[in-house]
Design a protein around this ligand. Structure first.
Ligand code: DGL
Length: 262
């Protein structure tokens, strides 16, 4: 079973892609909504959450961990790999490489949380591409809150999103990397607000491909006739997650409440 987590609902953008591509894999998704947003938390707090969540997912039978959160990956993946050396772990990072390879203007925008952009992992990644393109970093101010409240198309959402896009437009970027798993849920709005020549890059596909590779490599892939089971748990407002899943993903699954302190 694949165990995955995010600070909240954002990782469902990865879950959606995962179950489309690997329909036989069972998945347990944990939304750490009681502690969302991670983007405003310290590295030590995020590491502590990642540890307690990983312990829980392992106790539930997870054999592969998918960190469906750029912020948690940036803060905690090294720590988790050292603490659980046998566990295959897939993390998220902003997809700068494909954007740099495709840019015509030589300027690429990255939208992510403040914590991701400030982390050493991101700075090292961006540094690798500095010779090839200008990387324009921009926090998606208020984006996570919009997604968590299911507000994906209101006037308030348009105004909030427009403010963070303005510096990217002024810089003349032709690609915008979605460096937070919440942001793909705002993609229709972003598409509407950005000129047509600007491409959006969502790394979910690449992450799901990496998950498939690791499952095969560790002989953990479900048999082709397996019926997948899906479970959803939240450390916060289960009703809000259920409504989001119904409205945005068209799913009626129950969401279990899990007060996971630590
Ligand atoms: N979905 C998350 C990410 O990919 C984190 C959002 C947050 O909690 O700030 O970065």
């Amino acid at each position: 079973m694949i165990g995955m987590f995010d600070s909240g609902l954002g990782g469902l953008s990865v879950w959606r892609q995962l179950v489309r591509t690997l329909p036989h894999e069972s998945v347990l998704y944990l939304a750490d909504q009681g502690y969302c947003p991670y983007g405003e938390r310290s590295q030590a707090q995020i590491i502590a959450r990642a540890e307690v969540i990983t312990d829980y997912l392992l106790a539930q039978g997870a054999t592969l961990l998918l960190i469906a959160c750029n912020t948690a990956t940036s803060a905690a993946v090294r720590h988790l790999r050292a603490r659980y050396p046998q566990l295959p772990i897939v993390g998220m990072e902003p997809a700068i490489k494909p954007a740099v390879q495709a840019t015509q203007s030589g300027r690429v925008g990255v939208l992510a949380t403040r914590a991701t952009l400030a982390g050493s992992k991101f700075r090292e990644l961006a540094e690798q591409f500095r010779q090839q393109a200008q990387i324009v970093c921009q926090p998606g101010e208020g984006f996570v809150e919009l997604v968590e409240s299911g507000e994906l198309a209101s006037q308030q959402a348009r105004d909030t999103v427009s403010q963070s896009l303005a510096p990217l437009l002024a810089a003349g970027v032709d690609h915008v990397v979605l460096g937070c798993t919440h942001y793909p849920f705002l993609a229709p709005l972003l598409r509407d607000l950005l000129p047509a020549h600007i491409d959006l890059i969502d790394p979910s596909d690449a992450v799901v491909r990496q998950t498939a590779r690791l499952l095969t490599q560790h002989q953990l892939a479900a048999p082709a006739d397996a019926a997948a089971a899906y479970r959803f748990v939240s450390t916060g407002d289960t009703g809000c997650m259920q409504t989001f899943m119904r409205q945005i993903l068209g799913r009626d699954d129950a969401v279990e409440y899990l007060p996971l302190a630590g």
